[in-house]
Design a protein around this ligand. Structure first.
Ligand SMILES: Cc1ncc(COP(=O)(O)O)c(C=O)c1O
Length: 364
């Protein structure tokens, strides 16, 4: 069996460090918003080459609070992509704002820059580019468009820890959101998320929001949330962060093997733009007859997944926005062919060879 993601393989390689870190927290009996989190926040901000990081309970909360901290609310429109995880849009909806979509780029599957400017209206307040699968959206162009129209940019970097755009690590804009869901490139052993920013004031607002709007104990400046981060997860992430650069390089090495082996068959392989460093959270190909290929791979013991089978504008929850089939033709066409193959740092060369051999058996 070749798993889609094998979290055991990673745990086995760092077991002692992780167990010691968890024990340290148990001995300290500080379980929420303690020194482990303070240290992790410093270390993760440093990893992103940014000034501030506030740890939160999920990536969804990170998006929600980033939007609130930037003043997004009822009546505003926020542009994002329909080919993302549902949470990107949910966070927009939590604030009372309305998500609007722009179709995806044919090569990168990220927001199509050519179409972005045309979708801006008088109500547009912000853009949320999503660095899908680990490849940054075209931030240079997005920032220029945002500046021309006086729009806020909040990056959904939930899949892109350590990804680079023109040699700079994300977030490129002043504010970016991360998820530490277990299968992410930097994954907790539970839930986790963070907002990374260079703006001290934004960081302060987010810290207050995550803890019931408190600016100090029992002083509630506004109505906030309980989006606090726990110390065991912070301690685990501090251990894992020390390995993250190495794990990114292993994902890139595995991608190179996949790309070379898949070159001569009827599958569209991922494109890494020359100005980006892709961190391959997911390795996604496009094929015809996807369902039959999935069944064939299943029969060979190869697990796969689809990210994501339905573009968000066609989800029932967002039917009130009035989009229809045909609204975003590229996103709609691509969802029928995309297939995520097994990808994680510890995946072995012989396993990739087996996956590709199984793909090729079918495609022939
Ligand atoms: C692109 C994207 N946005 C947002 C999220 C939400 O993160 P979380 O699951 O930590 O709330 C995820 C993670 O699943 C994601 O992949």
């Amino acid at each position: 069996m070749i798993k889609f993601v094998d979290l055991n393989a990673q745990y086995d390689s760092i077991k002692h460090e992780i167990n010691n870190a968890i024990n340290e927290v148990l001995e300290s009996t500080t379980f929420i918003l303690g020194q482990q989190l303070t240290n992790f926040e410093k270390e993760f901000a440093g990893f992103c080459n940014a000034k501030y990081c506030s740890g939160l309970n999920t990536g969804t909360s990170a998006l929600h609070l980033a939007l609130l901290a930037k003043g997004i609310g009822k009546g505003d429109e926020v542009i994002t992509t329909p080919n993302t995880f549902f949470a990107t849009c949910e966070a927009i909806s939590y604030t009372g704002a309305i998500p609007q979509f722009v179709d995806i780029d044919k090569e990168t599957y990220n927001m199509d820059i050519e179409k972005l400017e045309k979708s801006i209206t008088s109500k547009t307040k912000a853009i949320i580019p999503v660095h899908l699968y680990g490849q940054p959206a075209d931030m240079k162009e997005i920032m220029e468009i945002a500046e021309r129209h006086n729009l806020i940019v909040i990056e959904d970097a939930c899949q892109a820890h350590g990804a680079e755009h023109h040699k700079k690590r994300v977030p490129i804009a002043d504010i970016g959101c991360f998820s530490f869901y277990p299968a992410k490139n930097l994954g907790a052993y539970g839930e986790g998320g963070a907002v990374v920013t260079n703006d001290k004031e934004i960081d302060n607002i987010i810290r207050a929001y995550r803890d019931h709007g408190q600016i100090k104990r029992h002083v509630h400046k506004f109505i906030g949330y309980n989006y606090r981060f726990d110390e065991i997860q912070a301690a685990i992430l501090r251990v894992k962060l020390r390995h993250l650069n190495k794990w990114i390089e292993l994902r890139r090495k595995n991608t190179k093997i996949y790309n070379e082996l898949l070159e001569d068959c009827d599958a569209v392989i991922p494109v890494e733009k020359e100005y980006n460093k892709h961190v391959y959270h997911l390795y996604v190909i496009r094929v015809k007859q996807r369902q039959k290929l999935i069944e064939h791979l299943n029969s060979k013991g190869v697990q796969t997944a689809i990210h994501y089978p339905t573009p968000i504008h066609l989800q029932e929850a967002y039917s009130f926005l009035g989009y229809k089939k045909g609204s975003f033709p590229i996103a709609e066409q691509y969802v029928d062919g995309i297939l995520s193959l097994p990808m994680y740092p510890e995946l072995k060369q012989e396993e990739i060879v087996f996956v590709v051999k199984s793909v090729k058996e079918f495609l022939k």
